[in-house]
Ligand binder design. Structure first.
Ligand code: ZN
Length: 102
């Protein structure tokens, strides 16, 4: 659960991201915008697509990522081994951020 949702449910008084302490932690911050996850996306994407990728709202971003257009944005250096490693790192980070007591 994001800090934003925890605050809305009155579980906490702050919606600030506990990882970066720099922004409201909503779903898009956790998945894309947190400074701890953003470098992963930047390493996967061609530089010329960063602005579009990082300026979408969450509905646009999810739809885009499910579309074939997203594949055209990927950096050509990706292969299945590096992708598995990066995804494992990302899932580890996501598990940490969503763990109870965070
Ligand atoms: Zn953050």
């Amino acid at each position: 659960m994001t800090e934003c949702k925890r605050k809305a449910k009155k579980i906490t008084t702050s919606d600030t991201c506990k990882r970066c302490n720099n922004a409201k932690e909503d779903a898009l911050h956790v998945l894309r915008d947190c400074p701890l996850i953003k470098p992963l996306w930047e390493s996967m994407l061609k530089t010329e697509h960063w602005h579009r990728f990082f300026s979408m709202n969450i509905d646009e971003w999810i739809s885009f990522n499910l579309s074939k257009a997203a594949n055209k944005m990927l950096n050509g250096s990706w292969n299945s081994r590096t992708l598995r490693g990066r995804i494992s790192s990302m899932l580890g980070l996501a598990s940490f951020s969503l763990a109870p007591g965070c």
